[in-house]
Design a binder for this molecule. Sequence first.
Ligand code: FES
Ligand SMILES: [Fe+2]
Length: 431
Amino acid sequence: MNKNLIFRGTEIHKSAYLDEAIFITEQKSVFMQSWLYLCHGSQIPAIGDYFTTELASQPLVAIRQKDNEIKVLYNRCPHKGVKILPETNGNSGRFLRCPYHAWTFKPSGELLSIPVKTEYDPSVLSECEASIGMKAVDNVVCYRDFIFVRLSAQGLPFDIFFGDALSTLDNMIDRSPKGALRVVGVPLRHRHHCNWKMVMDNQTDTCHPMVAHESSAGEAVNLWAQADQQGAQPTAVELLSPLMSPHAFFSEMGIRIWANGHGHTGVSNSIHKDYSEIPDYWESMVESYGEERAQQILSDTRHNTVYFPNLVVKGPIQTLRIIRPVSASETVVESWILELVGTPQKMLERTVQYNNLINSPCSIVAHDDVEMYERATEGLKSQANEWVNIARLYDPAECWDRTTQMSGTSEGAMRNFYSMWQRMMEGGNGE
Ligand code: FES
Ligand SMILES: [Fe+2]
């Protein structure tokens, strides 16, 4: 065995969750060379609209151009490095202006003007890197309005990196009779004192809900059982109670993995499967797609889809979480909601309620998980064990370069994730 190996098939060395040097390598080797989700086109609908963010420690801004294309620039003044756009979003107007010495730039990033430019020798200035303007990110893909970037020249092409995993985004978009989504509001942001991979592990950890969430979801089930149960089940009970499903339910629902670390829970069944019907929604879907296709779209109720390295999508309830590593032991989780364009208001209301109940910093469910991450961060400092175990339903013939389905309680999706992580940490990019 390679003695530097951090993932060894069924175990991950605890340093992967604690070590700052590993965190720095991760940013360079994993995050810079992966396709990272930046924002959704609906967040910057008009020409000049921009959205700023930070990915792999790089300040970035996505701007809609005159021709409607989206360009991603490094949010850094080429003069002395000032971040030009401090707000999360807004509109650039005709040009971007640096607040320090008023250099201006076209929305494409090209240098437009320098105050008292005569004080620069033109031949000296043209030799300077700064004269080019704000640098653009070369690798940008807008996939059905989801904008992704790859910040390194190295790495897999977009289609190969994601492959069939894009089917989860497709399904979420197709749930709109208009085939379109719209991001609503700002995300719920939650800072966790833990490593970002603990949050990713949790997304396909189907053996924890009935245990860790007993005090929250279990209480909802108990309260409803004690109620006189006149009328329909409240939406809160409908959303919370599937988390208390027994082990057999999670086992039967299945897990699917794809190459390059992606995967999802909820293949043949899911905690999202039995939500009550919302009046007029089915009819609008049939009108747009025909009955057979509408049925096909709505019966695919995938639970959590993990897009390597740090995006989690729940298609049937239209939420999207970005897991942002801050340091080895600090992580910010952003939970965004999307509206299915052309659907009754009640659909969005249910999504909002789900996000508040399950994903919010004020939720009764998210705290259960956060407590586990933080206790794991504490416990891993112990010298008792060097390794974290992910051996449940391990199959020595497991293979990560093709689509595979497995039992819903397998930790195979975590092993698939770490197989990609290890390859990238060793300098490969998943090929
Ligand atoms: S730092 Fe931007 S104009 Fe000087
Ligand atoms: Fe959980």
